[in-house]
Design a protein. Structure first.
Length: 519
């Protein structure tokens, strides 16, 4: 069995359990809210139209956008709660609409017959309307089930745990086995839950309690199997939460921090693939315990600084800002930098900028963009970041085309000549592997991006927590540029798992520190 597949099965109890817990709890609450609401508005056509209209508007909001919006709307909550609320909102429309349609579809003659027998409105609803409308209502539940199970794969960026962790993590580290594994499991889960709800639909149509019992038993078995992981954690020690952003380097470093804490006796859970903005909110509210970020990122995105500064000054100001504005501990630097840089294929650089490599600068490129057709590609967020606006305006860059692409694709694109320039990460192993060159930022527009270890205030107060992580930042950092670039290359190019590479990197750190102690 391959290393990647072993990793997939190792995470299965947590990811499947998180997915089922989110989906089922959201469906239960959505059902409990939508059916009574549908009953209440079904007799008032205008009110029913407005209610369904509001639910339809919610449904049109892109899934990922709604999930991210829930974080600030819930006061900075991350993880389960924003995902839970967003999934409830997505479940409302199909159940509500089918409840209204089902109740309105009951034959008026049957209702009049019930009234003739002396039934009250409540008795009519319970004994006539709801039983006859039940197949239509349950059909809406089936639609909501498939919708919710599918949308739950998108909760990773807000810190949720689901089968989507396989998909996001696989795409970010070029582990397509994990991506396919997550897609297949999510599809199978949606089909199984859909068919179990279908048994209830058939039971309502045929008035067959046996089918209803089969559906109930099937759901109980699914819940028991799927929720084993989350329930087991409830009876274990309270874990520490290590967060990582959605790219290869962060997956590796997340494993390094996790193992370092585990060796110190802590129980550790990982929040992989969290959006960086969500991470800062989670740190401030002590929902995660530690993560790794970059000085330049905090300088431009959080502090809104428009001019760079000398490295030591920038570090100190970032340290003070995090302490005063976020209550977060800046434990230290890891020893390497992951900066933005414009990268090119050397052959294309020679065509545009001439044979003299000392002249391969951003200023020289800017001159060519004003008179020639030059294209650039960046990751999915760079062209909306302050760094891009500063580069564009200071150098007067005029690219013919800007392409947004996943980092796993843009390096191959510049190597193969599909684009002229990319916005690369300087610690990415594919720069060396593909023979790319980095243009000199001759005007010094971009700040330094030293990797730093951040700890929440609550975690810092835990006995032994800072001591466990201190070796990673001791003596100015334990990971140099070459070591981090090699680790990234092992995942992105050689196909190794972030966990195995993280353990290998941690072992190298331990060996180096032992050698330093001997000296």
């Amino acid at each position: 069995m391959s290393e990647q597949l072993i990793e997939c099965f190792r995470d299965l109890p947590d990811y499947l359990g998180g997915h089922i817990l989110l989906s089922v709890s959201a469906l239960v609450v959505g059902l409990a809210f939508s059916v009574p609401l549908g009953i209440a508005v079904s007799r008032r056509p205008k009110l029913a139209e407005w209610t369904q209209g509001i639910a339809s508007v919610i449904q049109t909001v892109p899934s990922l956008a709604l999930l991210v919006l829930m974080v600030p709307l819930l006061g900075g909550q991350t993880g389960f709660w924003p995902a839970f609320v967003a999934l409830i909102l997505y479940s409302i429309l199909p159940i509500l609409a089918n409840t209204v349609v089902g109740l309105r579809g009951v034959d008026p003659i049957l209702i009049e017959a019930g009234r003739g027998l002396g039934m009250s409105d409540h008795e009519l609803l319970r004994k006539v309307q709801l039983p006859l409308a039940a197949p239509v209502i349950i059909a809406g539940v089936r639609t909501a089930t498939v919708l919710v199970v599918g949308t739950a794969t998108l909760v990773t960026p807000v810190g949720g745990t689901s089968l989507g962790n396989y998909i996001f993590g696989g795409l970010e580290t070029s582990d397509y086995l994990a991506t396919v594994f997550g897609c297949i499991l999510a599809a199978v889960l949606a089909i199984v839950m859909d068919q179990l709800v279908r048994l209830f639909e058939l039971a309502a149509q045929r008035r067959d309690r046996r089918l209803a019992w089969m559906g109930a038993i099937g759901l109980l078995i699914l819940l028991a199997a799927g929720l084993y992981g989350p329930i087991r954690k409830l009876f274990g020690p309270s874990p520490e939460y290590v967060a990582g952003a959605p790219f290869t380097e962060q997956h590796i470093l997340s494993e390094v921090m996790k193992e370092q804490l585990r060796r110190a006796g802590f129980t550790v859970n990982q929040q992989k693939g969290m959006a960086e903005g969500v991470q800062f909110l989670a740190l401030r509210s002590n929902q995660i315990d530690c993560c790794i970020n970059y000085t330049g990122n905090i300088w431009t995105v959080l502090m809104k600084e428009k001019q760079s500064a000398e490295r030591s000054i920038l570090r100190e100001r970032v340290r003070r800002f995090l302490r005063e504005s976020y209550g977060t501990i800046y434990l230290g630097e890891l020893g390497f930098e992951n900066a933005y840089a414009l990268a090119m294929n050397p052959k294309r650089a020679e065509e545009l900028l001439g044979p003299n490599r000392s002249q391969w600068t951003v200023s020289a490129l800017a001159e060519q963009t004003r008179c020639l057709s030059v294209s650039i590609s960046g990751d999915l967020q760079f062209f909306r970041r302050p760094e891009w606006r500063q580069l564009r305006d200071r150098y007067e860059l005029r690219f013919r085309e800007k392409k947004e692409a996943d980092p796993t694709l843009m390096y191959g694109a510049v190597r193969d000549g599909q684009v002229d320039v990319i916005v690369a990460y300087t610690s990415d192993g594919r720069i060396e592997k593909y023979g790319l060159i980095l243009l000199q930022d001759d005007l010094g527009v971009l700040p330094s991006y030293d990797a730093i270890l951040l700890v929440s205030a609550t975690a810092a107060a835990k006995p032994g927590f800072l001591d466990a992580l201190e070796p990673l930042v001791a003596n100015g950092g334990s990971i140099n540029d070459a070591a981090m670039q090699q680790a990234n290359r092992q995942v992105d190019v050689e196909g190794k798992s972030p966990r195995s590479v993280g353990l290998q990197l941690l072992e190298a750190i331990s060996v180096r520190q032992k050698e330093q102690n001997r000296e």
